[in-house]
Design a binder for this molecule. Structure first.
Ligand code: NAP
Length: 315
């Protein structure tokens, strides 16, 4: 068993690394268990490691590449003494204090925990997704819509996310085709009406995405009809996948309170979970905003909450 820590941070996207910067500067010597490089769900640096240009992170007027931004976050945390373990947490026990966290057989203990394991966009499972993500293929219209000015693009999905993303994308694109596997939408009526009334949105009903075409950028989408199996090509230069998100919370099942959709519950206006001393920040507890800047902001909140909570325990 390793030394008892003040705080262990699980996950290293914008939320976890901001929490690391703040707790390190508060002399809490945080240990960040940052994830496993080979993984696409809990890789060090989080979802920004899978993106290219980030143009909406304040402070970078010319934009910055997602991985570079996260390397900067990490270097800043290291500068103040944060320690990093490039591994994946395999088990936790928050039933008593100190809290216990395992990486395979190795046990780590801490007085407080900050959970920042993030979320992942559900993907279609095509080989082309790995190749083209960030090169015309995106999972975030708010992040990448701007790059598709004047283009013909498509969105996959039929829920609120797909309709919201498609509607947002019409600010930039000339035409947005929503590819949906059924002939009716799951999205709420009001969102549907908005999409039906939008001249720039077209629907390709009863179709699934067979493949995404292009070697180093999206050049089209191969679609199959679920009615008669016909395969055709949609001539688009961008594709947004909006078939839902999944928070990375399996590790905490039965220990931390979750909403029905699996996101962690935090107390209003704070990062407190239902377990005193365990805090949550970033996408793992946010199904609404999902932005790097909001994640970073909530990481700062978690660090301050943890610092004050630890202080109160010592008092
Ligand atoms: P969702 O409601 O689960 O919808 C996912 C959509 O993707 C469904 O239409 C589904 O098709 C389709 N889909 C799933 N897997 C697929 C696959 N492998 N291939 C093709 N299509 C696939 O997810 P969501 O739209 O992300 O919404 C999640 C929650 O957030 C919902 O409760 C939603 O109301 C909420 N939300 C609200 C807002 C808002 O109010 N502004 C915005 C976004 C999200 P089927 O319909 O055939 O199952």
């Amino acid at each position: 068993m390793s030394d008892e820590r003040n705080v262990i941070i699980v996950g290293s996207g914008p939320a976890g690394l901001t929490a690391a910067i703040y707790t390190a500067r508060a002399n809490l010597r945080p240990l960040v268990i940052e994830g496993e490089p080979s993984s696409t769900s809990d890789q060090p640096g989080g979802q920004l490691m899978l993106t290219t240009d980030v143009e909406n992170y304040p402070g970078f007027p010319d934009g910055i590449m997602g991985p570079e931004l996260m390397m900067n976050f990490r270097a800043q945390a290291e500068r103040f003494g944060a320690e990093f373990l490039t591994e994946k947490v395999t088990k936790v026990d928050f039933s008593g204090r100190p809290f216990r966290v395992w990486v395979r057989d190795e046990e780590y203990v801490a007085d407080s925990i900050i959970v920042s394991t993030g979320a992942q966009s559900l993907m279609l499972g095509l080989e082309a997704e790995t190749r083209l993500l960030g090169h015309g293929l995106s999972t975030c219209a708010t992040c990448d819509g701007f790059f598709f000015r004047g283009q013909n693009i498509a969105v996959v999905g039929g829920g609120d996310s797909a309709i919201e993303e498609a509607t947002f994308l019409t600010k930039f694109a000339d035409k947005v085709t929503i590819i949906h596997r059924r002939d009716e939408l799951r999205a709420s009526k009001i969102m549907q009406d908005r999409a039906f009334a939008n001249d720039k949105i077209e629907f390709l009903w009863n179709h699934t995405v067979e493949d995404i075409l292009g070697t180093d950028k999206v050049e089209g989408v191969s679609v199959t009809s679920t009615v008669d199996g016909t395969v055709s090509t949609l001539d688009v230069t961008g594709l947004f996948i909006a078939i839902g998100h999944r928070p990375n919370t399996d590790l905490f099942a039965g220990q931390l309170e979750m909403h029905d959709n699996g996101y962690l519950v935090t107390k209003p206006d704070s990062s407190y979970t239902n377990v005193d001393g365990v805090f949550a920040c970033g996408d793992v507890q946010d199904s609404t905003y999902r932005q790097a800047i909001t994640a970073a902001g909530s990481g700062c909140m978690a660090a301050i909450d943890a610092e004050r909570w630890l202080e109160a325990q010592h008092d």
